[in-house]
Design a binder for this molecule. Structure first.
Ligand SMILES: *Cc1c(COP(=O)(O)O)cnc(C)c1O
Length: 428
C-alpha cells in the first residue's frame, strides 16, 4: 500500500502541484492531501486504508453518498450501451424534462460538461440576448474559471474589475463590475452608473464559495427589480445550490419568500451529474432561442449530454424526489450544525453556523458573516488546527475556511454522533 505522502510526491512529478484542482493540494490548511482510494455510502477511504466521514461529497454532487445502488446500476447499464456517440439520445430529453419539471423558471435547458462551461455559456447567452457587454458579479462568489469571471473589484464603482489570475488580460476584465455581496447601496449605485449597459448580473443565491453566506431577502428582491427596470438579465448560478438546498433549489427558496420571484437564466451542475461531468443552463424559450443552432450565440460540446453522465444524473434526480428525501436530509444537516454550535459553546469557542437542505457552513466567528471580507477575517490558524483535528479523528471537512460543507443521505445518526464527539475533542 502506498502512503499519502509517497503518492503526493509522485503526483508532484507529473501533475502541477500534484493535483488537478488547486484546493485539493491542502495549501490553505497545510499537511499532506489524502489520496482517496474509494468511497462507500457516507465514507471515503484513503490510500492507507483510513476511513473518513465525508462532508465534501465531491464538493456537492454526492448527495446520495458513494455507490448508491440505483445510480450505480443506471451508470453500468448506460456504459454497456456505449460511452459517447456525438449524436442526440433519448436520455438527454428525459434529463431535460426532469430538470424543467423541477425548475419552473426555465422552459428549455442545454446540457454541458462542467459548471465553468455552463456559466461561461450563460454569460455569452445573456450578452447575445441583450446586445450588451457589461455584467455584475459579487466578491466571494465563484462561477468557474472563465476569464471574464476571474475578476476582483477595481478601485471604484466607476472603474471595472482587475483579473485575479495571471493570463487574464486586463481588457477581458473591463466588462466585469465587481460588487460586495449583500451591499444594497453599492448595487443601487452600480445600476445608476451602468444600468443601461448591463447584460446581466450573476450571483450565487446562497454563496457556497465563501463558505456559506445567504443573499439577504431584501437584497435579492431589489436585485430582481433593478434587473427588470434596466433590461439586465438575472443569472442564478445554482451549480452548488441546485437540487442541494432543496428540490426546487435556491430559487424555489426565494420564490417561496418573494411572490412571483424567478431568475432569467439558471445554471446547474454538481448534483445534476450525480458525480459525473454534467452541468446545464436554461431559461425561457424567448431567451434560449438565441442559442445555436436556433440563434447567433454559439455554444457546443463533444461530450455534452453524455449518455453515461445523463444516466447518472437522471438516477440521482429520481432518488432525491422520493417522498421526505429533503426533509430528512435537511433535518440531518440541521442536527449537525446545531450540534457543532453546542459543542463550541461548551468549549467557549466563538462559533456560528447555518444550513439549508444538505448544504452547511460554519465559522469560527461569533456571528454569521454577510460578505467575503468578513468570512476571510476568520482566524486561519485556528481553522486549520480544527480542520486537522477533525481529519485526524476521521472526519473529512473542506480543507479551506471559504468552502461550504455537504451532508449526504447516507450519513447515519452514529456518524453524526461520531462527528460531534470528534469536534468536542478538536475544539477543546
Ligand atoms: C463548482 C462551481 C462552479 C464551477 O463548476 P465546475 O464544474 O467546477 O467547473 C460554478 N459555480 C458555482 C457556484 C460552483 O460552486
Amino acid at each position: 500500500m502506498s502512503s499519502n505522502q509517497a503518492l503526493f510526491e509522485r503526483a508532484q512529478q507529473v501533475i502541477p502541484g500534484g493535483v488537478n484542482s488547486p484546493v485539493r493540494a491542502f495549501r490553505a490548511v497545510g499537511g499532506t492531501p489524502r489520496f482517496i482510494a474509494r468511497g462507500e455510502g457516507a465514507y471515503i477511504y484513503d490510500a492507507e486504508g483510513r476511513r473518513y466521514i465525508d462532508y465534501i461529497g465531491s464538493w456537492g454532487p454526492m448527495i446520495l453518498g458513494h455507490g448508491h445502488p440505483a445510480v450505480l446500476e443506471a451508470v453500468l447499464a448506460a456504459a454497456r450501451e456505449g460511452f459517447s456517440f456525438g449524436a442526440p439520445t433519448e436520455r438527454e430529453i428525459e434529463l431535460a424534462e426532469e430538470i424543467l419539471k423541477l425548475v419552473p423558471s426555465m422552459e428549455q435547458v442545454r446540457l454541458v460538461s462542467s459548471g465553468t462551461e455552463a456559466t461561461m455559456s450563460a454569460i455569452r447567452l445573456a450578452r447575445g440576448a441583450t446586445g450588451r457587454s457589461k455584467f455584475i458579479k459579487f466578491e466571494g462568489c465563484y462561477h468557474g474559471h472563465t476569464d471574464s469571471l476571474l475578476v476582483k473589484a477595481g478601485s471604484g464603482l466607476a472603474t471595472f474589475g482587475n483579473p485575479t489570475s495571471a493570463g487574464v488580460p486586463a481588457e477581458v476584465a473591463q466588462h466585469t463590475v465587481v460588487l460586495e455581496y449583500n451591499n444594497l447601496a453599492q448595487l443601487e449605485e452600480a445600476f445608476a452608473l451602468h444600468g443601461r449597459e448591463l447584460a446581466c448580473v450573476i450571483i450565487e443565491p446562497i454563496a457556497g464559495n465563501m463558505n456559506f453566506v445567504r443573499a439577504a431577502l431584501p437584497f435579492v428582491k431589489r436585485l430582481r427589480e433593478l434587473c427588470s427596470e434596466h433590461g439586465a438579465l438575472l443569472v442564478f448560478d445554482e451549480v452548488m445550490t441546485g437540487f442541494r438546498v432543496g428540490l426546487h433549489s435556491a430559487q424555489g427558496h426565494y420564490a417561496s419568500l418573494i411572490p412571483g420571484f424567478k431568475p432569467d437564466i439558471s445554471v446547474f451542475g454538481k448534483v445534476i451529474g450525480g458525480g459525473m461531468p454534467l452541468a446545464a443552463f436554461g431559461a425561457s424559450r424567448e431567451i434560449m432561442k438565441h442559442l445555436a443552432p436556433l440563434g447567433g450565440v454559439y455554444q457546443a460540446g463533444t461530450l455534452s449530454g453524455n449518455p453515461v453522465a445523463t444516466a447518472c444524473g437522471l438516477a440521482t434526480l429520481r432518488e432525491i424526489q422520493k417522498p421526505g428525501f429533503f426533509t430528512e436530509l435537511a433535518a440531518k444537516t440541521r442536527r449537525l450544525v446545531d450540534g457543532l454550535k453546542a459543542v463550541a459553546a461548551q468549549n467557549g469557542v466563538p462559533f456560528s453556523a447555518d444550513s439549508e437542505g444538505g448544504m452547511f457552513g460554519f465559522f469560527l466567528l461569533p456571528e454569521l458573516p454577510q460578505n467575503y471580507q468578513t468570512v476571510m477575517g476568520t482566524d486561519k490558524d485556528r481553522f486549520n488546527r480544527f480542520f486537522h483535528g477533525m481529519l485526524d479523528r476521521g472526519v473529512y471537512l473542506a480543507p479551506a475556511l471559504y468552502e461550504a460543507g455537504f451532508v449526504s443521505a447516507a450519513l447515519s445518526e452514529a456518524d453524526l454522533q461520531a462527528t460531534l464527539d470528534a469536534a468536542r475533542e478538536a475544539l477543546r
